[in-house]
Design a protein around this ligand. Structure first.
Ligand code: FAD
Length: 365
């Protein structure tokens, strides 16, 4: 019987695995990919999709097409449970599948906040419901609209500024950011200043040090007892593991991510691998960002092949230094590396070129 490699989730690390398989197919292994979605987003372009700089279809990789090239069977279905001990997975079709080697790259969801029935709340992950909510509100509400983006990181800033740019001619739509501490507190002070200036320029109000206790249908209830109006609330509150991990037999960290070693192999479960946002590498603090998922993708591809062939595995070498981009609504961005911060249209062009290059790499253009 052929050995079975199962890939769960068509995230960024797995698209690299698929690309390598497309270049050099493995005909003696039965390989399957499960994902409820037929395409994966270049998430760095999402603010640009909201702002109107890109069409949604131009910011995705087609998983079907990639699997076809890689001679991988694609199942457009979620995996509902993983049992790493008896090497079985259960798919959304209600079927159980056996695996010899399993790899998880399923990303995550946004941290939830207590929400009263009737509140209109969407998250930045997954992405589709957010885009639908925006267009739905546009089509049914010509009257005033107040949008609150909850969160203080790069995603909150990018989404709020993108919405403000999208609605730059609609004076009755107001966008604001509500964050529990200071905006961009993990960025150098110069980045924070530039982002605050961009918010001011685009009419985005920023309410700092205002933790939200609960989201009611038309109001945010703050920890200090204050109430602020909202009609559409967008959560950009940071990463939380997918419910699938809670239901699965895997070694996990206290935060609920898959606990892996430097070879991306699940602790105490040889033959089970995980990469990207859903995995935490023991002893390292790897930020949940696509730049690090991409770095893990090439290593994951090599290690999955090595595990199938009984060869030694390679280790992930973490380098925290990376360019971090933050888009500012219009075709401008700021870029940071360490404490160096620069901003301008050229930074947006640089980010745009890198993201298009990533898409081309997986579209085989
Ligand atoms: C709005 C936004 C903007 C961002 N901008 C940037 C940026 O500019 N730079 C940066 O470095 N990072 C950015 N990030 C973070 C970045 O998106 C993530 O770190 C990156 O996508 C992680 O890749 P991943 O492969 O772990 O997961 P993902 O890319 O999220 O892929 C996960 C895949 O798993 C699939 N899946 C989910 N559940 C199941 C299941 N049960 N069974 C099977 N498949 C499943 C999903 O459908 C999806 O295809 C941004 C995130 C957001 C939300």
């Amino acid at each position: 019987m052929k050995k079975a490699l199962v890939l769960v989730g068509g995230g960024r690390a797995h698209v690299e695995v698929l690309r390598q398989l497309a270049v050099k197919p493995l005909t003696d292994i039965d390989i399957a990919l499960f994902d409820p979605s037929p395409s994966v987003w270049q998430s760095g372009m999402l603010p640009g999709v909201i702002a109107g700089h890109y069409a949604a279809n131009d910011a995705k990789v087609n998983l079907w097409a990639l699997c076809q090239r890689a001679r991988v069977r694609f199942f457009e279905a979620p995996i509902l449970a993983v049992n790493g001990e008896n090497q079985r997975i259960e798919s959304g079709f209600g079927e159980r599948h056996r695996f010899d080697i399993l790899s998880l790259d399923i990303g995550g969801v946004t941290k939830a906040l207590p929400t009263a029935p009737g509140a209109y709340v969407v998250s930045t992950r997954p992405i589709e419901p957010l885009l639908s909510a925006i267009t739905e509100f546009e089509s049914v509400r010509s009257a005033a609209l107040i949008v609150r983006v909850i969160g203080g990181g790069a995603t909150a800033v990018e989404i709020a500024l993108a919405l403000a740019w999208r609605w730059r001619d609609a004076k009755n739509r107001r966008v604001s950011i509500v964050c529990d501490a200071l905006l961009l507190s993990e960025f150098p002070p110069a980045a924070r200043r530039l982002a605050l200036r961009a918010c001011q320029r685009h009419g985005v109000t920023v309410r700092e040090n205002s933790p939200v206790r609960q989201i009611d249908p038309t109001r945010l209830r703050l920890e200090n007892g204050n109430l602020i109006d909202t009609q559409l609330t967008i959560l950009a509150t940071g990463y939380s593991p997918r419910p699938l991990l809670e239901k699965s037999v895997l070694t996990k960290t206290d935060e609920g991510c898959v606990a892996v070693d430097a070879q991306l192999q699940c602790l105490r479960l040889p033959g089970v691998f995980a990469a990207g946002d859903c995995a935490d590498i023991a002893g390292l603090k790897v930020p949940k960002a696509s730049v690090f998922t991409d770095r893990q993708g090439a290593l994951l591809a090599a290690n999955l092949l090595a595990a199938l062939q009984g060869h030694p595995l390679l280790s992930y070498q973490h380098s925290p230094r990376a360019l971090r981009f933050l888009t500012l609504g219009d075709r401008r961005a700021l870029v940071t590396r360490g404490n160096l911060v620069l901003a301008g249209g050229w930074a947006w062009n640089m980010k745009d070129a890198r993201e298009r290059k990533w898409l081309r790499r997986y579209s085989f253009e």
